[in-house]
Design a protein around this ligand. Sequence first.
Ligand code: 6CS
Length: 342
Amino acid sequence: MTVRRTGTIAVLAAGTLLVGVASAAHAATWRYAFEEAMDEVQGKFAQKFKEEVEKNSDHTIQLFPFGTLGESADIMEQAQAGILQFVDQSPGFTGALIPEAQVFFVPYLLPQDQETLNAFFRNSKAIHEMFPKLYAEQGLELLTMFPEGEVCMTTQEPVHSPSDLEDVKFRVMTNPLLVESYKAFGATPTPLPWGEVYGALQTGIIQGQENPGFFLESTKMYEVTDVVTCIGHNNFTTAVMANKDFYDGLSEDNQKMIQAAMESAFEYILDYQKNLQDESLKKIKEAKPSMQINILPEEERQPFMDTADDVEAEFINMTGDSGKKILDQMKADLKSAKQNTQ
Ligand code: 6CS
């Protein structure tokens, strides 16, 4: 009797274990790291993606915001190694790995008009057809790219022309083209990972940096700089990827579910950003009334705009034919986006 009962328990236990294994194999937990905090744009996007995946499947997404797994370069390595299934890394850092991704740092290439910009990101052949092949070569499935807002500079002193950036050690993300771009703007570019920026400004190692409005506000850049200058030179782009082996190993249904969740999060994040730039600049002014916020007029932007051709030539120099094809396609995509939104 005892033996039989033990046997029954053993059979039941084994059965439960099997069910557990079967459902664990079916309902996976996928890890997703990004370069910002939960309440910042990449975090909002990731939360929406998680919500969609968990609503439409048995899978769970575990989110890792900035700092929990290291710097941007660390989370990229973890995604390539398959420790993470998903990663959000901006071309600002990916440019060191995929040189063509630096195209997003040719000044004045992307428009500031929100509708045109959104149409470009929605429909661009460069983004949807060309970049995925380049990311795949690095073991990554490119799932989406989206804008995060107009990039403005923060400095200790006002900037009205490139000569005002002379002798300013200016932090840039770690890609060679951005270094060239800030050299052309007259500054002394200093590539640094994000985690070192606040301290470097505080201790005077650097005197300036650039980022979109929401990030200047949320990371309190106004505590360590005195002037915001917007010259319309760029819009911050980011990208979300999956580890390619992981993605290729998924069923077609799961791949479709992930793509649909990405599309929902993409539309959500564009909507979330309506008015975000203006609201963020306003909040900076409220937090620190002495902060100067200068939106430069056309004539003061011109000398910065005049550097664009040289930086573009440098991009082609760095990336050759492959980069030129991407750049040409992006220009064609931007033209159609403009035509379709007018
Ligand atoms: O400047 C940076 O490094 C950071 N900026 C933004 C807007 N997102 C993440 C990135 O690490």
